[in-house]
Design a protein around this ligand. Structure first.
Ligand code: ADP
Length: 180
């Protein structure tokens, strides 16, 4: 599934985020940048030990990553040049700001990608794993935030890739794109 907005493609696909041939891979990180589980562990494994070392150095310098901010590190052995770490919200059904917090993570990642001068970026389904955000809703929030950002920044990025780990996740991203 692919939609084109001006010169920017927004693509939904199934696959391994760590294997994407893009300039920037977005990590669904925790605020400590301890890449112990989920897609963060997969990225850390594929990138090699330099990724956790660079993340530890970032936290030592800046303190814990704040929600709505991004930490940029080298990508080690990944095909990508950079990893942009953002922390999505832990889903809390008692709160009414889950979507706004998730959208803020997307905006932070896209702003950091643009600031780096890179033009292609791949996202996982941030918050939809260990952080418990219902995946069909998380993917809609992610897609809406991406499309709104792309519309506000024409010509800045060539491709935003939304990578579902399996066909179900890719279908959620695809439906969210189609329904927009
Ligand atoms: P969070 O803590 O933000 O919920 P997780 O890493 O637990 O983040 O999960 C985010 C999403 O990433 C989940 O949908 C999970 O299935 C998916 N995921 C895990 N590993 C990979 C991978 N290698 N490539 C793409 N997606 C992945």
């Amino acid at each position: 599934m692919e939609l084109v907005f001006g010169t920017t493609r927004v693509v939904a696909l199934a696959g391994d985020l760590t294997a994407q041939a893009v300039d920037v891979v977005v990590n669904a990180a925790n605020v400590e940048l301890r890449h112990g589980g989920g897609v963060a562990a997969a990225i850390a494994r594929a990138a090699g030990p330099s990724l956790q070392a660079a993340s530890d150095a970032w936290v030592a310098e800046h303190g814990p990553l704040r929600e709505g901010d991004a930490a940029v590190t080298d990508a080690g052995a990944l095909t990508a040049d950079l990893v942009v770490h953002v922390a999505g919200p832990v889903y809390d059904p008692e709160r009414d700001d889950n979507a706004a917090r998730l959208a803020a993570a997307v905006v932070a990642a896209l702003d950091a990608t643009a600031d780096s001068g890179r033009r292609t970026v791949a996202f996982p389904a941030i918050s939809a794993g260990i952080y418990g955000y219902p995946r069909d809703r998380a993917t809609r929030v992610l897609v809406t935030a991406v499309i709104d950002w792309v519309a506000a920044h024409p010509g800045v990025l060539d491709e935003v890739r939304l990578v579902g780990f399996d066909d179900g996740a890719a279908a959620d991203f695809g439906r969210a794109l189609t329904d927009r």
